[in-house]
Design a protein around this ligand. Structure first.
Ligand code: BJW
Ligand code: ZN
Length: 250
């Protein structure tokens, strides 16, 4: 883990902004769960270094070889099942308690924000803990581990798929619309642990900035968003987020 000290001037500036603001939004990515031990997608140890997205995270891949895709999701489900929220997740749950106008938009499918106690959460890439029937469209939570190699719908016996958003698929339109609205109304937008390259999620920060939000990036590395953000806090979110909410009262 990086030992880079958090820039005290920026830290104080962002703490002040949070104290003054009622409508706060956050967009999180895989980086916030990295300190819980959940692998990210890009970067040296990222999933896309070992696995090809084209083989595992597209509707075409699932149509070609659903067993292979389910094998990968069963492995990820077993890995995530053992993981716990880290201080970054917990800080965002505490921020929601202090600011009821706080909305959390997450690209993560691991469910760790909900485990941490966050309630106002938009899971725009779905959840690895839900399954959806290809035939009847029925969708439900199922934490069975592992699921059978080709799990079937209890209602109609259709093939089930993970209820996540793969490349080339549209996001749920009402969740997406709600997310852009949250971004447009936010006074402060925290963008945490995302490489900010996957669309349309990456556009949410730009939308927030266009609408006048103070945009804060929290990441261990620079991203395409860094030059656009008003403040860039470089370091692990599990260290930075608890500091950001220090002294924040309802
Ligand atoms: C830390 C840290 C610590 C580490 N503390 N930080 C060309 C141009 C533009 C767009 C496209 C294009 N070609 C195709 C597209 C569209 C495509 C897209 O954006 N592709 C890009 C790769 C270019 N998007 C889509 O297909 C989306 N649908 C769509 O657009 O529909 C309309 C359409 C269709 C077809 C064509 C055109 C339009 C759907 C995207 C679905 C993404 N799905 C996945 C898998 C979800 C299911 C699953 O998990 O199994 O979502 S892919 C993966 O990427 C996952 C993530 O949610 C998403 C974003 O990744 P994230 O969260 O940012 O993680 P990383 O790993 O990239 O970054 C981690 C970050 O954390 C890094 O910055 C680290 O530094 C940092 N970090 N440790 C703080 N401790
Ligand atoms: Zn069904």
């Amino acid at each position: 883990m990086s030992e880079t000290p958090i820039d005290p001037t920026w830290l104080a500036a962002v703490q002040d902004k949070l104290k003054q603001s009622a409508r706060i939004a956050a967009l999180t990515g895989a980086g916030i769960s990295a300190e819980s031990g959940v692998p990210t997608f890009r970067g040296a140890d990222g999933l896309w270094k070992k696995y090809r997205a084209e083989d595992l995270a597209t509707p075409e891949a699932f149509a070609r070889n659903p067993e292979l895709v389910w094998e990968w999701y069963n492995w990820r489900r077993s890995l995530i099942a053992e993981k716990k929220p880290n201080p970054g997740h917990l800080a965002l749950a505490a921020l929601e308690k202090a600011r009821p106008g706080f909305t959390l938009i997450t690209q993560n499918v691991d469910g760790l924000h909900l485990s941490a106690g966050s309630r106002n959460v938009l899971e725009i890439h779905g959840s690895i803990w839900r399954v959806r029937c290809l035939d009847c469209g029925g969708c439900r939570e199922d934490r069975t581990n592992p699921l059978p190699p080709l799990p079937r719908c209890p209602q109609c016996n259709g093939l089930l798929r993970p209820d996540v958003v793969w490349f080339g698929e549209s996001l749920n339109p009402s969740l997406l619309e709600a997310s852009f609205q949250v971004a447009a109304l936010a006074e402060v937008m925290l963008v945490i642990g995302t490489s900010a390259i996957v669309q349309p999620a990456a556009s949410l920060a730009r939308q927030a900035k266009r609408s006048g939000a103070f945009v804060v990036e929290v990441n261990v590395e620079k991203t395409p968003l860094s030059s656009q953000a008003h403040a860039v806090l470089t370091g692990p979110s599990g260290l930075i987020l608890p500091r950001l909410i220090e002294g924040l009262s309802p």
